[in-house]
Design a protein around this ligand. Sequence first.
Ligand code: ADP
Length: 707
Amino acid sequence: MNVLAPATWRNLTAYIPLLAYILFACAIALIGYQGFRKIENLIQVEKLRDLGAIADMKVEQIVTWRERHRQRAKTFSSGSLLAAEFKLWLEKGKPSDEQEQKILRLLTGLQPIHGYATASLLDRQGMLRITTGNSNTLDEAEVKLALEAMNGRQPIFSDIDKNGIGSQMASLSLAAPLVDAHDKNSQVVGAIVLQIDPYDFLYPLIQSWPGESHSAETLLIRQEGDEVVFINELRHQKGTALSLRIPLSTPDLPAAMAIHGARSTMNGIDYRGVPVVAAMRQVPDSAWFMIAKVDRDEIFAPISQLKRWAASLGLASAAFGGLFFFVWLRGVQVRQKLLKAEHDAALEREMRIRHFEFLTRYANDIILVSDETGRIVDANVRAVETYGYTREELLRMRIPDICSAAGDHAAHGGQVKKILESVELRFEDIHMGKDGRRFPVEVSARVIEVQNIRYIQVIIRDLSERKQLEEMRAKMEHAGRLNIAGEMASGMAHELSQPLTACNNYLEVCLRRMEEETWDREKLRSTLQLASIQAERAGKIINHLKDMVRKQGHERALIDVNLLAREVMSLLEDEIKRLGISIYMTLSPLPPVMACRVEIEQVLLNLYKNAIEAMHSWPQRELRVSSALTESGKVLIAVSDSGKGILPSEMENLFNPFHTTKKDGLGLGLVICRSIVENHGGQIWVTAKREFGAEFCFTLPVEVRHE
Ligand code: ADP
């Protein structure tokens, strides 16, 4: 089962070339290694063959050299002049005469010709009789060798040994019997012992190397007990002839291996502890072994150089490859990132398009898209539902066809031009469906650009429902006002009774004064004026009621609220005096406010009257009116009293209709006040004073909106 996500797989596949490169590099390295191993083996085999040939050659040369000496020695055994002379001299009793000198000359003559160090003659008993050497005696071993030669009637070689006790010089001896040729029994008359200097021929022969080499050498070795003895001088260690001894058990020592019967080794370790390749041979008729060896380093030097080159090349290629792949991978990663970003962006675009298509298709509004000529290129579901045309029919129409269905075609054709010019346009219009139904619409059109082509996107809202709702609300409001007016009628009776009673009282006073014989014309006029003011006030209240019932609002004009506050207060002058209320008016300069004078008067009068009534049964009677301009630029009027105050439980119902605590109250005054203030775009609220009394505040905007 594939448990990796596709994206993970995609990321991993990017690494396949890298993996291939690593595998390829490993394969090359392995092949190179194997190749080098093979070449090394070939070189080793070749070298061993050379070494073997050299060892064979040297062995042969030693054998030849020995044989030559042996043959030469044989000449002394087969009736030589020397043997005859020596026999005579011995028979004469070994006198120190001319004959002895002759024999000595013969011996001395032999030395330079054959390279003998000394030549000595021994009698049949092994006694030294004549010698070219400095000593009057011979080594025991040499005497023994001479006796052996005489007994065996054959020339015999000694081994190479130190030349005498304490001597560092090596030598070997050749002993040959001296046979009297004239004797019919071939009698042995004595022996000749010839000391051979190995430094003269043998060692140079061993040490010479055919060809150029800085490490190759041939060695002559023999076994002595548990040790290997190096017979000749070594190339890499001086003064070693017959001195250097190494245990036979030393592992990988070619000399020890030779004694054990081996003929070659590729992994020998020589007397210096250096790895060597060696060929070993036994020298026939002797205890000697010839070893030809060369350092492994030397034979592999050319290939080592090649190896270093190959390794450097390999490392350089790996580094270059690594760098290349690093750069390549970075590229791949950047490409992947870009692709992912593109993919994500495409997905998001796709999602947005789908989302937009969905919104457009199922939007609550009609959405039409047209080209610059007004031809419809797209229409949503709502358009089809509202106009009653099929989508295909709509796509064959132009925007003016739909709009002009209900009006002037030319005018609507001009609208397309207008939209194109002004980019965005909003207006209300009447459209008509396929069935002839006309309906009000709000059109919002704007120019959009897609790939440098301009389109007109038209969003059309069917206002039929909204208009119906508005009409219904207006009707309900009208009905509500009628209702309130009805409710208010009884309240108005109460409101009107006061100015009418006052008016009636003033008129009665006038009538009474006119019945008097003399009446003051001026007093009568002022009383009548008072009656007129009260009548006018009553008229205003009635007019206002009429306005409330009519749904239109009062005419608005710029009014001075401070002046109005004072005027309304003057209407209540009598009552204020009667109840002994102190009035404090703190009015700040205010800008004129666009408002309905009668309505604001009504608000003020209501607030003043409530305040006065709240103080009826209260000993301290203070009515304060203040005005100010708020920071937000509204006019603020505050009416506060020192009356009974408002209970917290009352607070929330205060502005609800019919909430009253008065015996004859209607509970409509504050409702009307709020309606008026809010209708002017202001607010009204109450704050209960901490100790006693209440404070009613309302604001009016200077720039009044017409709600
Ligand atoms: P009404 O005056 O007919 O009762 P309002 O709507 O004008 O109707 O007032 C409603 C109630 O609010 C009053 O009955 C009264 O209890 C309370 N009220 C109004 N103004 C004050 C005030 N200044 N102090 C205390 N109570 C008040």
